[in-house]
Design a protein around this ligand. Structure first.
Ligand code: CAA
Length: 290
């Protein structure tokens, strides 16, 4: 049974994964190269736990216990003790491969490694490790504390034992596991990202304004967020990276990233995290930019 977990990368996904592990009573090391990023992540986790306390979903005691289970680290001393390491670094294949190669030398032989990649081939990432049979995809959704789903992706070499251990852990986290085959972007992003990309084309071609497109999909299709608001929430760089994986991996022009999405990323307009995307977040309320 998996009881000791390390999460590599304290960004949006890494902090959410540490949050849900800690609430489930699992000790978790949260590793990042940057102390400042770790401080930021702990603040975000505390704010999100507080939000759950405020809504009566968690007691104050549960919150303190959860915070006590999260250990921020910048070194690797904890690694030989881990049952599972989840890689949640930025969605860049070279960075992920460098982390996974380095991990191989530092883990116990029976430890499992999972990647939270949202689109990259699990089999290709597994190939740089020393343990493809104990490697798989564990794809959480954002915001992790709220979203019910975890996609579980087997690489070609993933053993049944590995898959079952990670599935059992997912259930312990109070999440619903869904198996997906190792094809570009798996299930959720294979369907969701082309919709978001199409929303950007709809804006690009002048069919509707940012507000019109988001209102149309919220009220016309009952989506909790409009597609452009959701793109800003996911991060426009992440959206573009996933579209590129689909475009290249499936070799079909229907996945061509919208030029406007490319331009926004080139401008550094990455959505909520950079203060500007399809909305401007610098004031009290988000303001549409087109
Ligand atoms: N941590 C903890 N709790 C949170 C939270 C967080 N980060 N964000 C929201 N919540 C909680 C709120 O406290 C609230 O709790 P109650 O139900 O107990 O009241 C609940 O979630 C709803 O939040 P709000 O009332 O503040 O706002 P909302 O009703 O607008 O919901 C939302 C916010 C849950 C984010 C909702 O807008 C939503 O579901 N949006 C779509 C999210 C989505 O599609 N995510 C998937 C992105 S794709 C992905 O992640 C894959 C990938 O690889 C790119």
């Amino acid at each position: 049974m998996i009881n000791k977990v390390a999460v590599i990368g304290a960004g949006q996904m890494g902090n959410g994964i540490a949050h849900v592990m800690a609430i489930a009573g699992i000790d978790v090391f949260l590793k990042d190269v940057s102390e400042a990023q770790l401080d930021k992540a702990l603040n975000v986790i505390e704010t999100n736990l507080q939000r759950q306390v405020g809504r009566g979903k968690l007691s104050d005691a549960d919150m303190s216990a959860a915070l006590g289970r999260i250990k921020p680290v910048t070194d690797d001393e904890h690694l030989p003790d881990m049952d599972l390491v989840i890689e949640a670094a930025t969605e860049n294949e070279e960075i992920k491969k460098a982390i996974l190669t380095d991990l191989s030398t530092k883990l116990r032989e029976d430890a499992i490694v999972a990647t939270n990649t949202s689109s990259i081939s699990v089999t290709r990432l597994a190939a740089v490790t020393d343990r493809p049979e104990r490697f798989m995809g564990m794809h959480f959704m954002n915001p992790v504390p709220v979203m019910q789903l975890v996609e579980l992706i087997r690489g070609i070499a993933t053993s049944e034992e590995t898959f079952e251990s990670v599935k059992e852990l997912t259930v312990r986290l109070n999440k619903t596991p869904t198996p997906a085959e190792d094809f570009p972007a798996f299930i959720v992003n294979r369907i969701l990202l082309p919709m978001i990309n199409e929303a950007v084309y709809t804006l690009y071609e002048g069919v509707g304004s940012v507000r019109a497109i988001d209102t149309a999909m919220r009220l016309g299709a009952n989506h909790p967020m409009g597609p452009l608001q959701l793109a800003d929430f996911i991060g426009l760089d992440v959206c573009l990276a996933i579209m590129q994986v689909l475009y290249e991996g499936l070799a079909d022009t229907k996945y061509r990233p919208c030029p406007l999405l490319v331009k926004y990323v080139e401008a550094g307009w990455l959505g909520q995290k950079s203060g500007r995307g399809f909305y401007d977040y610098t004031g009290d309320e988000p303001v549409p930019t087109r």
